[in-house]
Each structure stands twice: as C-alpha cells, then as structure tokens.
Ligand binder design. Structure first.
Ligand SMILES: [Fe+2]
Ligand SMILES: [Fe+2]
Length: 305
C-alpha cells in the first residue's frame, strides 16, 4: 500500500533541509510577514501610527504566528500523533500507519524547533522584544470545546482536532513563500513547513476515512453534530496577543477595542474559517459526514455551509 510518507527518510524537512539563517535583508527594507495577511494593519487607526510602531506590529505578528505554531505542534498535533503511533488511539492500525505517525511526530518537533529559532533570530536582529506568550488558555479552550460538545470521548476529540488542523489549508502556508517583500528566512521556513504539511494532509485525510468507518452509527451521529462547532471555535484566533501588540504600538484601550471589533467581526471570522477549512469540509463530505442525520443542519447553523 502506498503512503504519503513513503520516501520520508529522503524527503522530510527534518532529514534534508538546512537551518535557515537570517541574512542582511532587513537592512534592505524587507518586511517580516506579508502585510496583507495581518488583519488590522490596514485599519485607519493603525495606518496612522509611525512606521517604527507598524514595523513592531509586523514583528510581533510573526512572533505570535511562530510561537503559536511551536506550541500547537508539540501540544496538540504530537499529542495525537503519539497516540496513533504508540497504540493508545483506541484504533487497531497496521504498523506502517503507526510508523508513519512517528515520522509526523519528528516533522512536527522540527517545525517547533525552527519556529522558535526564527523568533530568536528576528528578535536579535531587530531588537524588538518577544512578548510573553501563554498557550495554556488556548489549549484549555480547545479541549473545553471537545469536552462540551462530545463529552466522554476525550481521545476521539484529540483525534478529530488533529484531523481538522492537519487538513486545513491556511493562506499563510500558501502565500508567505511567494511574497517577495518578506525576508528570505521567513519565506524559506514557511515553504519548508508547507512541503511537510502537504504529506501530513494526505495522511490525515486517509486516517479520517479509517477513523470514521470504525465509529458506531450512534457515535458518528454525535461526532458529526459536534464537528462544525469544533472547527469554527478551534479556528477562532486568540485575540489576547493581538490586543497586547496593539497596546505596545501605542494605541489606547478604546482604540484597541475599536480595531479588534472592526477587524475580527463575526462575519469576517466565519469567512476566514470557511476559506481555511474548505478542504476539510470536502473531506467530511466525501466520507459521508454530512449524510448523518442532523449533520448538514449543524454545519449550516454554524455558518459553515
Ligand atoms: Fe507542522
Ligand atoms: Fe503537520
């Protein structure tokens, strides 16, 4: 049986990619993150800030993305990958599928390493401090959603979390490598990451088919009803670091509230969830998730269809 992880020893980033080291591009006036992907940078109150404050916002946006990625890979993706690999997922999986999960585990650990490495290198090059970043509230919320919508099934929730996140296609992975205004180190690291994630996406799509087939009809019905909530609430961005960063750029409390309310309005958030999760929804559709009684209504009610 062919696997998306075939050739991993020759192709995986952790096996082949060099360490990406920052050069002198910052002096050449390049930026750290595509400005069009930062939801608040074009807001009139933010546009009015001095260039050095806007640059600080871009740097902290990069830090936030990289630090979120670092935590997410080790605390969420590898929590589930380890279960699949070590036999505690509750599924009877053939050994190649389990070995592949350990390959993903190694990939994600390497992604965490270079995410932090980029943050440290950029901090040293720019002198812009890294704000404290606490992932615990996000993880608590993510697990809380699972406990609330699918009580009594913590392992299944962890497996569904990883399927959702590993089958998303975010505009960041797609667009950052192509943006010539961004320094090479950031573009290279995101490109390296996207290459591995293409293989993970295929693995977790196949994994979800197996997982779904193995669920009882009753559990399928419960899971199908909770998936839209799980997807939309999991993808809601953490706004605490955004507020902190806007305040650090010199905006007062009222201005911070206005920018966040304008740039993260509910309909805008729903649009971005729908766009990032479209492949995940296609996967759900192809596996028959939407044919389960009540499922289509739940997706529609969550504004996802
Ligand atoms: Fe990753
Ligand atoms: Fe991944």
């Amino acid at each position: 049986m062919k696997s998306p992880l075939d050739g991993w020893y020759e192709k995986a980033g952790v096996r082949t990619d060099p360490r990406r080291v920052i050069g002198d591009e910052l002096e050449a006036g390049m930026t750290l993150f595509p400005e069009k992907l930062i939801p608040y940078l074009d807001h009139p109150l933010v546009r009015a800030l001095e260039p050095r404050h806007r640059f600080g916002l871009v740097a902290r946006h990069l830090y936030q993305y990289m630090l979120f990625t670092m935590h997410f890979e080790t605390s969420v993706v590898n929590r589930a990958a380890a279960r699949i690999a070590d036999g505690t997922s509750g599924l009877h999986l053939p050994s190649p599928v389990r070995l592949d999960a350990y390959k993903i585990y190694c990939d994600e650990a390497y992604h965490a390493l270079y995410s932090l490495d980029v943050v440290e290198q950029v901090r040293d090059a720019t002198g812009i401090e890294t704000p404290d970043y606490d992932f615990t509230p996000f993880l608590g919320r993510l697990d809380g959603i699972g406990a609330e919508v699918l009580p009594g099934e913590p392992v299944l929730v962890q497996l569904l979390q990883v399927v959702v996140f590993e089958t998303l296609v975010t505009s960041i992975l797609k667009d950052v490598p192509k943006d010539p205004s961004v320094i090479g180190t950031v573009r290279e690291v995101v490109r390296d990451h996207a290459e591995d994630e293409g293989r993970h996406h295929a693995y977790f799509a196949a994994f979800f088919r197996e997982l779904w087939q193995g669920l009882s009809p009753a559990l399928r019905e419960r899971a199908a009803r909770c998936l839209p909530e799980l997807v939309s609430r999991s993808l809601t961005p953490d706004l605490v670091p955004v507020r902190t960063s806007l305040a650090a750029a010199g905006l007062g409390d009222a201005a911070v509230r206005e920018v966040v309310a304008d740039c993260y309005a509910p309909e805008r958030l729903r649009q971005s969830v729908r766009a990032s999760a479209r492949h995940t929804f296609q996967l759900f559709e192809s596996v028959g998730v939407l044919d389960v009684p009540g499922a289509r209504d739940s997706f529609t009610a969550a504004g996802l269809l």
